[in-house]
Design a protein. Structure first.
Length: 287
């Protein structure tokens, strides 16, 4: 069975892109006992579990996962905190689900999350930036956000950017992507009608707005978006292009400089510099 990919809430589960993509497991369950039983069943059935969650905020679901893993005393559960907005996190979980059915070991799959996240462009169209904490906002822009009808395009990842809609452009990826959009209030077609064509995306899907998005972006007047690689063969090529190592602590195979399961760093000999964990971006035509 493929490695199980878990998320902390059901609204972080994006629809599969094909019949081969397995569903995500939603963790934790309402009670501690249910969470223990569910995670134990996943380990027994899949062998390994990779749970992705946001590094921002104090999410009770993440605390519950840590508690359950500690009680089970299992070294087969990876808790991966990723610095992405909610929709970007959901997209990363979808990519891991796609790769889980490929010839990718659990250790490589877990450590590939940091690599895949590098190629996710996550942002939002906001009606106000007054409550935005995750992206630097100049004082003058804060003042402009109080003007009726003002809209701002904000890119939180991979490089924070802020642009006034209609006056500035938001820089996008230089490789082929597919975009997911979650519309909040008030509705706007700027993301699908303007941003998506400007970024030359290869498809747009509309999904419900994650419950955590309003808190993450500091306003309910938003339309969240995330664009990333979608072809499983390209994802596999990207992960396979990075040299694999063995974790000296738990023995699992990994890529990059840190094990996704035990979080142990990879220590390279002084005369053998460690290769970068991120390869060059693929051109748009590669997908």
């Amino acid at each position: 069975m493929p490695t199980a990919i878990a998320v902390t809430s059901s609204d972080l589960v994006l629809p599969p892109l094909d019949r081969q993509t397995p569903p995500a497991a939603v963790q934790p369950r309402p009670t501690l006992e249910q969470s223990l039983n569910a995670l134990h069943a996943l380990i027994e059935h899949h062998g390994y579990v990779i749970a992705v969650h946001s590094t921002t905020g104090d999410d009770p679901a993440v605390q519950r996962l840590r508690t359950v893993r500690s009680v089970l005393e299992s070294d087969r559960v990876a808790l991966l905190g990723v610095d992405l907005p909610p929709l970007g996190l959901a997209l990363l979980a979808q990519q891991l689900r796609q790769l889980s059915v490929c010839d990718v070991s659990p250790g490589v799959l877990a450590s590939s999350a940091r690599l895949l996240a590098h190629y996710i462009y996550a942002g939002a169209l906001l009606g106000s930036v007054a409550g935005l904490d995750h992206v630097p906002v100049p004082l003058a822009t804060h003042a402009k956000s109080w003007v009726p009808g003002a809209q701002f395009a904000v890119l939180a990842h991979p490089r924070p950017q802020l642009a006034r809609v209609g006056q500035e452009e938001l820089p996008g990826p230089e490789f082929g992507t597919r975009m997911v959009v979650a519309a909040g209030q008030p509705p706007s077609d700027w993301v699908t009608a303007t941003l998506a064509p400007a970024w030359h995306v290869q498809g747009v899907a509309t999904v419900p707005l994650p419950a955590q998005s309003t808190r993450w972006w500091g306003t309910s007047r938003l339309a969240e978006f995330a664009a990333g690689l979608h072809d499983v063969s390209v994802l596999y090529q990207l992960v396979s292009s990075v040299r694999r190592e063995m974790c000296r602590w738990c023995g699992l195979e990994l890529i990059g400089d840190r094990c996704g399961f035990c979080a142990a760093p990879l220590s390279a000999p002084p005369d053998q510099p460690q290769p970068p964990a991120v390869v060059h971006a693929l051109p748009r035509g590669a997908t």
